[in-house]
Structure formats: C-alpha cells, structure tokens
Ligand binder design. Structure first.
Ligand SMILES: *[C@@H]1O[C@H](CO)[C@@H](O)[C@H](O)[C@H]1NC(C)=O
Ligand SMILES: *[C@@H]1O[C@H](CO)[C@@H](O)[C@H](O)[C@H]1NC(C)=O
Length: 619
C-alpha cells in the first residue's frame, strides 16, 4: 500500500481517474499519522536520506558509547544507477479475471484477517509489550529481549491488512515503551534481533512513512552495531550486551552459525539507505566480502559450512553443508541483496549462482514417493574434504523457503533451471503437507533419495523414480536402528510395526521432530511461486494449508504450536506462539488471497522474517 507510489502516479498523470482520487483520499483518511513521508516516490531510484532519523536523546545510549575499534575506512553506499531486472511477477493472473474467484478470495483473506484479529486481540489484552502471549494460558513470554517482539513483528501485517487503528496504537506504544538500552536476557541474539526488530521497524516505516519507526530502527541498529566493535569488525552473534555496556573490549567468537552471521545484510543495508549513514552497510559488506573471497575454497565449493570462524574471518573450514536450519537465510540474502540494491553490486548475483549450482548438484534430491510425484527436497551434504559428498536426505519445514527463493532468483537472473527446481521444491513441501493426517508437515523428516544417473547430475534433470515398498521398509528399519538382515516377509512385518508405532506416512522413514510450530516457509514459497507464475491452483493449495493449520492449532485466545502432527486426534498444543506467526505466516496467507499488486515483488523484497523492504529499481 505504497502511499508515495500513489502520489507519484497522480503527479505523473494529471487526468488521473476518479478511482485514483478515491484511493488517494482513502489513504489520507486511513493514515492518521503525523509522519513525514518518503520524499521520493515508491520503488524509485536512489532516494534521498530521511531527516530526523537519529534516536531520541533518552534512547541514545548505544550511539554515544565510545568505540574500541572504530573502522579506519568506511565503504560508501553504492552511488550508481539501479540496473533493470526482469519482471518478477507474472503478467497474467487468471484468478483475477473471474468475479466468482475474486469474491472467494475476498472471503479467504477475511478469514485470515479474523485469525489475525483474534491473535492480536489476545496479545494486546494479555501480553501488551511483552515478546509473546502464550496462546493457551494467556501468560507472557520474553525470549527475545522483552522488547515486544510480537508487536514489532506484526506492525507491517497490521498495515497490510488495513488494521490501521491497531497499527497506530502499536506505533504509539512502541515509541516510548520499547527501550533497547537494557534487557533481562544475558546474551542478545544478534540475528533474531536483526530480522524481527530491525526488519520489523524498517518495513513498517517503508509502508507507512512514520519517521518514529525509522528512529526505533536506528535505536536497535545502534545497539546491534556495538556487537561489531571487535578487532576485525566481525560481529559477536550471541552478544553479552552488559559487558559491552560496561565498556569492556570484545572479540568475535571462533565458531558462529552461517545464518547468524550471513543474514544481517538486508536490514543493515536498508537502514543505511534510509538514513544515509553508511556504517551499517560497511559493517555487513565486510562479511559479504569475506564470504565471496572464500566461496570457491570450501570443501563443497559454492556453499559455506554450517559453522564459520568469525574471530579470524575464516568461512571455508568445516564439512557440513545444509541449506536449512542455521544456514538458510545466508543463501536467501544473496539474490535479495541484489534486488534490494537494484543490482548495483554484481557480487551478490555471482555468489547466488555459485551457491545454487552447487545445491542443484549435491543437496537437492528427488524423494521416492508412492504416487511417483515429480518433487524435490533439499537435504544436507557432508563433504570429506577429498571430493566425496554424502547426502543426508533430511527434509525440514524451514528449508521450504528455498522453493520461493529459487523462483525469485530464477526470475531476477534469468535461470530457467532455478525455476524448474523452484516448482519441484514447492511441490515437495505441498506433498509433505498432504502426506500427514492433519494436512500439516512435521518440522523434520527423513525420506529416500532416488538414485541419480551420475554423481554430477542435477536433481532437476533426473527422471522420476519408481516407488518400491520394500526399499522404503528396509530404510525404515535401518533408520530405527533395527536389523535388516531378514527375509522379505520378516523384514516387512518388522517394518510394519515401526511404521505403525511411529505413524510414518508412506515415503517417510523417520520423523525426528513431529511438531508444527506455526512456521511460514511452506506458504511463503507457495505465495512467491503464485506471484511469479500466476498459477491459479496454488490458491487452493494455500487455502487447504490455511484451513488445516487453523483447525489443528487454533485456541480460544490465538494459535498454538502443536506437539505432534501425526497424532490421530487434534494435536496437543504446546502453549507457544512465536512472533513469526503474526509477522510471517498470516501475512503470506493474506497476501496470496489479495490482489497481486499488494506488495508487488517488483517493488518490494521480503527479509527472512517476511518484512517487505522497498527495492531500488531503475527509473
Ligand atoms: C531506558 O533504559 C535505561 C537503562 O535502564 C534508562 O537509563 C533510560 O532512562 C530508559 N529510557 C527511557 C526513555 O525509559
Ligand atoms: C538405488 O540403487 C541401489 C543400488 O542399486 C539400490 O539398492 C537402492 O534401492 C536404489 N534406491 C532407490 C530409491 O531406488
């Protein structure tokens, strides 16, 4: 709902239709914010920095704390012109052409909004300014610093759903009620704080133009920047903030997770773009430079190991190469940085292409499944350092983000092979959802990879493989640690017991984690693929996902993580609702049922917490 863009259209087209004027008036009436607005229009070229972004004096502790290791050089923001990327969104959305379909979509998004209103209402009533409301007991939870994680994560969702009075109340409360000078937790998780709080404020600012939100972004940005005050300017990802506040020197740890160090770039860069202050961009660009320099020298060239050494800026030692948990968003941010910066730094495209070329060859696999569906899953690879790679065929809900990402990368960089993989990966997650009794996939699972024609073949180029019940049962026993050295009949009988006891759907060989914790990645990728292809059937896939999730997780107050999605009855709630349910999952559900120009992927790029940032686009 880009205010600036609408105004831009009116300025450019003096004979704007009545409809535009109506929209314009509607927007004024529904944005009762005493805020300054984007001086330049929507997805425009390089924009002028916003004035008055500095934290208020009461909140300027971190910016005034002396630095031990001020950088001797500061990389300026790119000054060039954005390149013209190919269009990301489809040009044709068949669903938009049918009146019946449009009415149905309106009902669907209203249903999503009702869920949002229920959850937000409970948060407001029982846990206002706490991180989370517990959705069964109504208790307050503070796992993310106690800075109102749910409130900040949900701001842009409220805006997008047109819940403007709730939005205003939340911004008013955040302005003075959230204080990043202090917290009760010992170690601040820099990554989570970055994606949820900094990302949440930036995107709420990008949508509303309320400068108070940019100030809050700068406040949290100043705190996060202190974690980079180390000899080599690499960040401390789990940060003892009290020690830093007391003025002690600090250094980055020798072992950090790839995702935690590699997914700070979008938020820091957007903050620098909006404020004109380059220090945040400089800080994350140092990380990207080190990753780029070492990308070809890892034991799986193109990918970085799960754990890297921040203290010595070593990104190429280690043997485990997942794309899911603890690695995921480091890859996600490569094409997204290209989109955010209008392609001004070609290194991000290069890094993305190298990473996906490796993933297509080694991580992506076709899981053997009973109906022979042409689907893909992204597993993790163990390298022995001598050119031998072992695939661990684990699937994760988290790694479902990859389908959407490869659809975006495939469009931006015109890589049809990525588009093919994207479709396979999204269908893999849809298959996993449909395989479970409540229509929701488990947090993690194992399956059986189909054999490749050669070790060098890309998963997307392989023919589908045939279902073999005996192969499945043997693997079920092996995963359960049972003896497989039996005749066929005994093997099948033993496996049937394991399958029944563990409630394994066909094709799944074990379920290390049976929870569903309200995660967004499956609907995220379905949403992106819908916007990219316009494929109407994805709307019904999304509706099935939404109704399944609502049915299995709704509580009187809100929605709850559930303990076991294989349970024959309604799964037991775990009394937890992380902020991403409101920040991400419900937002993607709402957007897929909305008109495709609401947060168009040609104007916005989502951070890993589903916060849309404005892209720099060619004039
Ligand atoms: C924020 O917290 C710090 C440390 O407790 C305190 O000194 C400061 O006054 C607080 N700021 C506001 C505006 O409450
Ligand atoms: C792959 O090939 C091996 C060796 O021929 C065989 O034992 C295994 O069952 C095959 N896997 C699948 C999924 O077909």
């Amino acid at each position: 709902m880009a205010f600036g863009r609408r105004r831009g259209i009116l300025a450019l087209v003096p004979s704007a239709t009545f409809l535009f004027i109506l929209l314009y008036l509607w927007n004024i009436n529904h944005t009762p914010l005493s805020a300054s607005r984007h001086p330049s229009g929507g997805g425009a070229q390089q924009q002028q920095p916003i004035k008055d972004w500095q934290p208020r004096p009461e909140f300027s502790f971190w910016s005034q704390l002396p630095k031990h290791y001020p950088p001797t050089s500061m990389r300026p923001l790119p000054q060039g012109r954005p390149v013209r990327f190919p269009r990301v969104q489809a040009t044709n959305f068949p669903a938009e052409a049918s009146g019946t379909r449009r009415r149905q979509l309106r009902e669907r998004r209203e249903a999503v909004k009702r869920t949002m209103a229920r959850c937000w209402g409970s948060y407001r009533k029982y846990a206002w300014l706490a991180d989370e409301v517990a959705p069964v007991s109504g208790a307050q939870r503070n796992h993310f610093g106690g800075w109102a994680a749910t409130l900040v994560d949900a701001l842009d969702t409220l805006w997008i759903m047109g819940m403007k009075s709730e939005f205003k109340e939340a911004v008013d409360a955040a302005e003075m009620g959230i204080n990043f000078t202090t917290t009760d937790i010992r170690d601040v998780n820099i990554f989570e704080t970055n994606i949820r709080y900094l990302g949440g404020f930036l995107s709420a600012f990008d949508l509303s133009g309320d400068v108070r939100l940019l100030r809050k972004a700068a406040e949290v940005g100043e705190m996060l920047y202190k974690a980079f005050d180390t000899p080599n300017h690499m960040p401390i990802t789990r940060w003892d903030w009290q020690s830093a506040a007391r003025g002690h020197k600090q250094e980055a740890p020798a072992s950090v997770l790839l995702a935690e160090i590699g997914s700070l770039s979008m938020e820091f860069t957007r903050l620098s773009l909006l404020t004109g202050e380059p220090k945040w961009f400089d800080a994350v660009q140092r990380i990207a430079d080190a990753m780029a320099a070492q990308q070809d020298d890892t034991s799986l060239p193109g990918l970085w190991p799960l754990a890297v050494n921040a203290r010595d800026a070593i990104f190429n030692e280690g043997t485990l190469f997942p794309l899911g948990a603890m690695a995921d968003s480091a890859y996600e941010y490569l094409p997204k940085m290209a989109a955010l910066l209008g392609g001004q730094l070609p290194m991000y495209k290069t890094m993305y292409e190298k990473a996906m070329n490796a993933a297509l060859k080694y991580n992506l696999f076709r899981p053997m499944n009973p109906t022979g569906e042409d689907i893909l899953v992204a597993g993790q690879v163990r390298a022995d350092g001598r050119g031998k790679f072992n695939l661990d065929p684990e699937g994760q809900h988290l790694v479902c983000f990859l389908g959407g990402l490869m659809a975006l990368g495939g469009k931006l960089f015109e890589r049809p092979i990525d588009m093919d993989a994207a479709v396979g990966l999204v269908n893999g997650c849809i298959w996993a959802y449909k395989s479970f009794p409540h229509g929701i996939m488990a947090e993690t699972f194992y399956s059986i990879p189909c054999n490749k024609s050669s070790p060098d073949a890309r998963a997307v180029e392989e023919a589908p493989c045939k279902w073999d019940e005996n192969v499945w049962k043997r693997e079920v026993l092996r995963k359960a640690g049972r003896d497989t050295d039996k005749d066929a009949e005994a093997l099948a009988a033993a496996a049937d017991t394991v399958i029944a006891n563990n409630r394994l759907p066909k094709g799944f060989t074990s379920l290390p984690d049976r929870r569903y914790i309200l995660r967004p990645e499956a609907i995220e990728s379905v949403f992106v693929l819908y916007r990219v292809t316009g494929a109407e059937e994805l709307l019904d896939v999304a509706w099935d996902m939404f109704t399944s999730i609502e049915k299995a997780t709704a509580t009187e107050l809100a929605n709850s993580e559930v303990r076991d999605v294989t349970s024959p009855e309604k799964p037991k709630p775990a009394d937890s609702m992380e902020s991403f349910w409101l920040g991400e999952t419900l937002k993607y559900f709402y957007l897929i049922f909305s008109e495709p120009d609401l947060i168009s992927l040609d104007d916005f790029v989502f951070n890993t917490e589903a916060h849309p940032f404005r892209r720099l686009v060619a004039a």
